[in-house]
Design a protein. Structure first.
Lengths: 325, 251
């Protein structure tokens, strides 16, 4: 092993499923993760959001021992992730499916079960349970190379579930799958959390996150920018103002003139503006007036997760992303 | 840990059994070469009854035996390609059972190749066999282990399987040629003959010839085994030092 640093210290014994304390990860000059503190409690499903390059995948990789923090501590049930006992307590689903294409779905599940110490009969029973849970029955005895992307992702998730881990770390498990598979995966994640496991789930699919997660953590430039339930996050973010214009040209004029309010087209003629902290609707309307913009209608609307996310991560620079994510 | 090691070993054997081209390259190719080349060679040593087949069989077994480095390396690169290498690293599985499970089937395959080629030579091509099969087995195991160690070393230093395959071909032919797998070293220029001792192939092929022509037993081939094992040890140590578990590899 080349230059392997000593394992990070463990947390208190019998700690939460996952605890990150001041975790940093540096790649040369790039500080990909700049100090993340996060606790995943038993039965809690946390959605980890962030633009590409925000440090989500790097954080996930550190949580499962594929990468080591430059600074800080990560513990699983109080043990350092470097310890075998901690690894046994984690079910991991990477961003891209990692399965044996020449094996059937069932054999893949059984093999991964055996890697976590299950005996043959136990692994077979566990695989059967996961097959039922994820609706893999029709394809259980087909080679993974023959499966559709959706089924392949389900098997991939199944390999993380097969040993009944108290912690699941799932990196974009619903990316690129059909609606049925996405629904099945989302419901399974919720069910696993309801059964008592802690689940950390990175995604770009805001609707899934909003629907199933107990808590949302938004990473931006390697730090936690916001954390809480969707309702709590909405409270942290300024109001959303919807302007309905008369023409498309007017709509585009609003986008051009009020760029600082992160205008987003909503339908043919409407534009959503995110008010900055301390900024009132009257002030925004006064700015419109000053620029000759006259909306036909104005609505104050509660911000959805998408608006919250865009606002929280507005400072992120595109382009530095691919390195860290 | 025993359960996991058993699981990995069974898994790797299954993957190997699903990959017929490895067995074709390691076993069928040298068999074909032996059949076609046997009559074209002179006897490697001045032993009564010795013929060209006594050079070709141990020579081809050695030459193709070292290409097992490519097969074991490809097995690791393939895990990277499937994404399962990192997935395995997230399990409680320690590195050593993983490497042992990866290496062991290829040591078995390499040993079987040597035994099969010599058995075919002996039974069907009038190859001499004056020593003991036990000596052949222990030498074959040592040689296969060295080939596997070379494969792991190349995995450690090569970023892609293509680079590794190129290097294995070059090393197998070059070191095999210098080491006497293609022609007896006694017929080479003196300088080259001296260099031959610096290749593992030399000790392997000479050991095989000692077994089939020189009535050698396990004890007799011990010096060859030690020399070959020394190469294996060097390859393993360098592989361990150069191995970066976080390095991304492309298939």
């Amino acid at each position: 092993m080349r230059g392997r640093p000593p394992p990070p210290p463990a947390g208190p014994p019998g700690g939460p499923p996952l605890e990150l304390v001041g975790v940093q990860r540096r790649f040369g000059d790039l500080l990909a993760v700049a100090g993340v503190d996060l606790v995943v409690e038993p039965g809690e499903l946390i959605g980890l959001l962030g633009r590409n390059g925000a440090g989500k995948s790097t954080t996930m990789r550190m949580c499962v021992g594929l990468d080591e923090p430059t600074q800080g501590r990560i513990s699983i049930l109080g043990d350092s992730i470097a310890a075998g006992v901690a690894r046994a307590a984690v079910g991991y689903c990477s961003q891209h499916a990692a399965l044996y294409p020449g094996y059937t779905a069932r054999r893949n599940l059984e093999f991964f079960g055996r890697l976590y110490g299950l005996r043959n009969a136990e692994a077979a029973a566990a695989a059967e349970r996961v097959i039922g849970l994820l609706g893999l029955g029709p394809v259980a005895d087909r080679h993974v190379s023959e499966l559709s992307g959706g089924y392949e992702r389900r098997v991939h998730l199944g390999a993380a579930l097969v040993h009944d881990a108290p912690l699941l770390v799932l990196d974009e498990p619903t990316a690129g799958v059909d609606i049925e598979s996405k629904e099945r995966i989302a419901n399974t994640m919720r069910g696993v959390a309801d059964a008592g496991a802690g689940v950390l789930f990175a995604s770009h699919d805001l609707s899934d996150v909003e629907r199933i997660c107990d808590r949302i953590v938004i990473l931006s430039k390697g730090v936690v920018k916001a954390s809480g339930t969707p309702k709590q996050l909405a409270g942290d973010v300024a109001e959303l103002l919807r302007l309905e214009m008369e023409t498309v040209a007017d709509r585009e004029a609003v986008r051009a003139e009020l760029a600082s309010l992160h205008p987003r087209v909503n339908g043919r003629l409407a534009v959503d503006l995110t008010l900055r902290e301390g900024e009132t609707i009257a002030q925004v309307l006064a700015r419109c007036e000053a620029k000759g913009l006259r909306p036909a209608r104005v609505h104050a609307v509660a911000p959805g997760l998408e608006s919250i996310f865009l606002r929280v991560t507005a400072d992120d620079e595109a382009g530095t992303d691919a390195v860290a994510d | 840990m025993l359960l996991q090691t058993k699981a990995v070993l069974g898994h790797k054997l299954r993957l190997l059994s699903m990959d017929l081209q490895v067995a074709v390259f390691i076993i069928v190719m040298p068999l074909v070469a032996i059949v076609f080349l046997a009559d074209g060679y002179a006897a490697p040593r001045a032993v009564a009854g010795a013929t060209g087949v006594d050079q070709v069989v141990p020579g081809m077994a050695t030459l193709f035996g070292f290409t097992i480095a490519d097969s074991v390396g490809y097995a690791v690169f393939r895990e990277h390609g499937w994404g399962t290498w990192n997935r395995l690293r997230t399990t409680p599985l320690a590195t050593w059972p993983l490497m042992l499970g990866t290496a062991a089937p290829f040591v078995v395959l390499g040993t079987l190749q040597v035994l099969l080629l010599h058995a075919v030579g002996y039974l069907f091509l009038d190859m001499q066999f004056t020593g003991t099969w036990a000596a052949l087995v222990v030498l074959a195991i040592t040689a296969a282990t060295t080939g596997v160690a070379l494969g792991l070393l190349l995995v450690a230093i090569c970023p892609s399987s293509e680079q590794m395959a190129g290097l294995v071909s070059l090393l197998a032919v070059l070191l095999g040629g210098i080491g006497g797998a293609l022609a007896p070293t006694g017929r080479m220029p003196a300088a080259l003959e001296a260099v031959a001792h610096l290749t593992p192939q030399f000790w392997v092929v000479e050991g095989y010839k000692d077994v089939i022509l020189g009535e050698s037993t396990v004890v007799d081939v011990l010096p060859n085994m030690v020399a070959v094992a020394a190469f294996a040890a060097i390859f393993f140590v360098v592989a361990g030092l150069a191995f970066d578990r976080n390095a991304e590899k492309s298939l």
